[in-house]
Design a protein around this ligand. Structure first.
Ligand SMILES: Cc1cc2nc3c(=O)[nH]c(=O)nc-3n(C[C@H](O)[C@H](O)[C@H](O)COP(=O)(O)OP(=O)(O)OC[C@H]3O[C@@H](n4cnc5c(N)ncnc54)[C@H](O)[C@@H]3O)c2cc1C
Length: 380
């Protein structure tokens, strides 16, 4: 189904056309096979980088494309409809460039062009084995000695752990709580940095996650981003933007599931008619179409607040919560619409359903989004 989009510029229309063409050619034909083999598509990300899709919301002076966030998110949505793991990789990479782009010094930002053109791939290391939701309690420690930090601890569930070239590592340089946390930008080649074996996940298998162990890893002190003690603020600010990326992935995935279910329901005959003509199914699909449109509208409304320089973190939490719950519902029902055919690997809907689940968990579980929204209601 074609989505009718109102975009801010002609350039944005061209960008979305280019994205659709690339996604149809480079992503859609490969997704199922790479997912089955749990193979990370590094070359596909290089192709997207060469097309300028890995630095879309960042300034041109640093090698970005200076696109409004609302345009970047619609690019992600299109990619997610063809291959969620690639869209998620773009979203995580974009998130990983954020601390340096937003809080780095001019000297540190000299690294940005190679990051934004995708030559270097990023990872964002906040979660730890003993806790993801309570990020302010993290225990990975960095101790400064002259011009070096020595980092010790374990990060968990890190997307790109084994394939990243740089890692944003949130670590404790001070006392307990959020004010004791700092952000270090760590190179892959650092001695004492050990990515572990990939986890065996139920979906998103071509985007393997793993722990990253820091065993007295020595990081130059000039890789401290934003000053000692500002790491938690950086992490939360990055996640506000990242959550919109996850919401966009959810909308793209849900749209793909709906399109597939509608295509199937139009041609599948039972009792002498197309199953889409049974009201029980048609109403379900109508609800899905409505919920996807609502999720897209919520997401774009939050993005436009961000583009206007206005506070948007509560709206981002709402968009992430709503869009990912919609994706879970739509993909689960898409399996039902296909009946037995929905349960086999010949059709992509079972994969969509497995993939949707992770979106309710990453970048703050949906319970944590509710917590953020509820707290804002209690405060105002
Ligand atoms: C595929 C995948 C990729 C990931 N990629 C990354 C990455 O690149 N970088 C990174 O840093 N992390 C990443 N994560 C980690 C992810 O962000 C965490 O899994 C998530 O934040 C939850 O943390 P946790 O797993 O420790 O669960 P916990 O925090 O232990 O939560 C367990 C359950 O308790 C609930 N809960 C916790 N606190 C509350 C509360 N106050 N109120 C109500 N319910 C609560 C949670 O919602 C959840 O249902 C990834 C995870 C996965 C699965």
């Amino acid at each position: 189904m074609t989505v009718d989009r109102i975009l801010p510029t002609d350039e944005a229309h061209d960008l979305l056309d280019l994205t659709t063409e690339l996604a149809d050619r480079e992503l859609a034909p490969r997704a199922a096979q790479y997912e089955e083999r749990a193979e990370f598509p590094r070359e596909v990300l290089r192709t997207l980088g060469r097309a300028g899709l890995l630095g879309l919301p960042y300034p041109q002076e640093h090698g970005g494309a200076a696109q409004p966030y609302e345009v970047y998110l619609q690019v992600l949505e299109i990619l997610a409809g063809r291959w969620l793991a690639v869209a998620e990789a773009v979203s995580v990479h974009t998130l990983s460039c954020y601390p340096l782009a937003r809080f780095g010094t001019d000297e540190q930002r000299k690294l940005l062009p190679d990051m934004l053109d995708g030559e270097l791939l990023g990872a964002y290391c906040l979660s730890e084995p003993q806790g993801g939701s309570d990020a302010a309690a993290l225990t990975t420690r960095a101790v400064q000695d002259g011009d070096t930090y020595t980092v010790t601890g374990t990060k968990a569930w890190i997307t790109h752990a084994r394939v990243a070239d740089f890692y944003n590592v949130f670590c404790r340089t001070g006392g307990p709580g959020p004010k004791g946390i700092s952000c270090l930008l760590v190179d892959r080649a650092t001695d004492g940095l050990y990515p572990q074996t990939a986890e065996r996940t139920m979906g998103l298998r071509s985007s393997p996650v793993a722990q990253v162990v820091f065993d007295a890893a020595r990081v130059p002190a000039d890789r401290l981003i934003g000053g000692a003690g500002s790491g938690f603020t950086i992490a939360m600010s990055a996640l506000d933007a990242g959550r919109l990326g996850i919401a966009a992935c959810a909308v793209g995935l849900a749209q793909a599931a709906l399109d597939y279910a509608v295509g199937y329901a139009r041609q599948r005959q039972q009792f002498g008619r197309a199953i889409i003509d049974f009201q029980g199914l048609g109403f379900t699909l109508a609800d899905h179409a409505t919920q996807i449109s609502a999720a897209r509208a919520l997401l774009l409304s939050a993005a436009r607040l961000r583009d206007a320089g206005r506070p948007y973190s509560i709206e981002a939490a709402k968009a992430k919560l709503f869009a990912t719950d919609v994706a879970m519902r739509v993909t689960t029902d898409a399996v039902q619409v296909l009946g037995g055919a929905g349960y086999v690997l010949d059709h992509p809907v079972e994969r969509y359903m497995r993939e949707a689940k992770v979106l309710q968990i990453v970048e703050g579980t949906n319970q944590i989004q509710r917590l953020v929204i509820a707290r804002s209601l209690a405060r105002d």
